[in-house]
Design a protein around this ligand. Structure first.
Ligand code: FAD
Ligand code: NAP
Length: 480
């Protein structure tokens, strides 16, 4: 570890000026390599372009751009995906190049990038999920929500996930918006709400045949601590043919006064939850989304075939501590039967190179204002890789703009250290010589057109290609 730190650092210092370089104060171009083409990658690029000397190369692991806009945002939230119009405008600028199908850390090392660029910005998101670390987590039909999302949204490695939907009961652990997205997709009437979205065809077919009737959303804390937001909860309550159930006893320790004193967004959210708890008109023919509070999964139980059959829950009491509301297990236990179990307790970043310092506990790259610790100048991070997997696109945008400001300031302060760098002119031939198929933004636009054409035949905005080979084939066929 220390060795690789040193090797990367010594490369950074390769642009510390000798006497002749010190004269090169006003370099013509500042080459920036951005890793990842999600919101952080594009928003950071947009803000860096304010310096007219900056040239940007965006490297993306998949042949297709836009990160979680394509692969995370729910298919029934099409309007959210409009941000790709602004990203496309950025990608089409002369000073920006997109190189897809390149897995940084595997196809090319960080060290090589640091040698070829004045600065590298790690915008590679948070691509792993958090684990519960309880018995039974490896049973069949116990899945991370991340992969379930990937399945309905067409992430290549999740497209064959085939989640078990021939069960009436699904348990989802977590009270965040991802959990609500998954519940909504599972409980939506397919032909009314999903058919005309860009949901993958394999998901549409499986959801049409689904037997799921009840989804239990299990949170370890109480109604005042949920992470999901009111818009998403309201959407769930409005699903045709589905009732959202909250139990009145979960409000027994929450007074009207407490609710009144909450900050406005939390107050409105709590009032909505309370109104659901007071709802008496439940329809026995409807599907159900049941919100359960103060419950922690203790053990996931399987049948003789190794498939999940139930989960043992511990009932928690809440304890107010200086740093927030914590949980303590009581002696009370419950069993909840289920044929599918989704863990939706957040995402974490990975380290794509041993020299990148990652806080193991938080799953975030160690950084200050985006500057990666252990690197004096030249390596930055932005987006979920830098902040942790929290916040919506607009939050990622603001944080990325701020980090870009810091980077530009660093360029200003380190001007004498900047020397001309080769950027992609060195990296791309190297990748091609290794047989890596590089996908340009033009190539992506061909895939985009093909997907839109396929979609229009089905009344959808697009039909996504769901494996990398088909994406590459689409590019190659168009070129022939
Ligand atoms: P990402 O969007 O994850 O982008 C990271 C990019 O880096 C990806 O393209 C990835 O493929 C690439 N990458 C990873 N590793 C490498 C590598 N080694 N080499 C090259 N490239 C790499 N926010 C909203 O405002 N509205 C919503 O409706 C909404 N829905 C969401 C639904 C889900 C399921 C999730 C998880 C999040 C949702 N969000 C939503 C939040 C929003 O998606 C994030 O704020 C935002 O995507 C974070 O941007 P990012 O660029 O940091 O990460
Ligand atoms: P999240 O909002 O952080 O929610 C994670 C949930 O998991 C919380 O309820 C948390 O409870 C719980 N949890 C964590 N560790 C746990 C454990 N060990 N045991 C039991 N429960 C545990 O994460 P997310 O849902 O993955 O969403 C990530 C971000 O994307 C969020 O900011 C979200 O708003 C955003 N997003 C937005 C949209 C949208 O705008 N429509 C859609 C999807 C995602 P505690 O609070 O007790 O820790």
């Amino acid at each position: 570890m220390i060795n690789s730190f040193l090797s990367v650092r010594s490369n950074l210092f390769s642009y510390v000026p000798n006497v002749t370089l010190a004269c090169k104060r006003y370099i013509q171009t500042i080459k920036v390599g951005i890793i990842g083409s999600g919101p952080a990658g594009f928003y950071t690029a947009q803000a860096l372009l304010k310096d007219s000397r900056v040239l940007i190369d965006i490297y993306e692991k998949y042949p297709v751009p836009f990160g979680l806009i394509r692969f995370g945002v729910a298919p029934d939230h099409q309007s959210v995906k409009n941000v790709i119009n602004s990203f496309t405008n950025t990608a089409l600028q002369d000073r920006v190049s997109f190189y897809g199908n390149i897995n940084i850390g595997q196809d090319v090392t960080l060290n090589q990038l640091l040698k070829s660029y004045n600065a590298v910005v790690l915008c590679y998101g948070a691509t792993e999920d958090r684990k519960l670390n309880i018995e039974g987590e490896d049973l069949i039909n116990v899945l991370p929500a991340r992969r379930f999302v990937g399945w309905y949204n067409g992430i290549p490695q999740d497209s064959d996930l085939n989640p078990f939907l021939q069960t009436e009961d699904v348990v989802i652990i977590g009270h965040g918006n991802v959990a609500l997205d998954c519940a909504r997709i599972l409980l939506s009437p397919v032909d009314e709400t999903l058919k005309s979205t860009d949901i993958t065809n394999h998901a549409l077919t499986a959801l049409r045949e689904s037997k799921v009737k009840r989804v239990y959303l299990v949170g370890r804390r109480g109604p005042l601590q949920v992470s999901f937001t009111i818009k998403e909860l309201r959407e769930l309550t409005k699903l045709p043919g589905c009732d959202t159930i909250v139990f009145p006893e979960d409000f027994k320790n929450i007074t009207a006064e407490t609710i009144n004193e909450l900050p406005r967004p939390r107050k409105r959210l709590t009032e909505l939850l309370l109104s659901l708890a007071n709802e008496k008109n439940l329809n026995n023919n409807h599907k159900r989304c049941v919100l359960m509070f103060c419950r922690s999964p203790l053990q996931i139980v399987g049948d003789k075939h190794g498939k999940v059959s139930s989960v043992n829950l511990g009932v928690n009491r809440l304890i107010q501590q200086e740093d927030g509301v914590k949980t303590e297990l009581t002696d009370e236990k419950e069993i909840l039967k289920c044929g599918l179990f989704l863990r939706s307790i957040g995402y974490r970043a990975v380290s794509i190179d041993p020299s990148i310092p990652l806080n193991d506990k938080t799953g975030v790259i160690s950084n200050t204002n985006g500057k990666v610790h252990g690197f004096d100048f030249g390596l930055y991070c932005s987006g979920w890789a830098a902040t942790g997997a929290t916040g919506v696109i607009i939050g990622t945008m603001n944080a990325s703009f701020e980090i870009a400001e810091h980077i530009l300031k660093d360029f200003g302060q380190n001007e004498p250290l900047l020397v001309e760098k080769p950027g992609a002119t060195e990296i791309i031939p190297h990748l091609k010589s290794k047989g890596v198929k590089v996908v340009t933004f033009n190539d992506w636009q061909r895939i985009d057109e093909l997907e839109k054409n396929l979609g229009s035949q089905l009344g959808k905005p697009r039909e996504k290609l769901v494996n990398q080979k088909d994406m590459i084939k689409a590019v190659d066929e168009e070129k022939d």
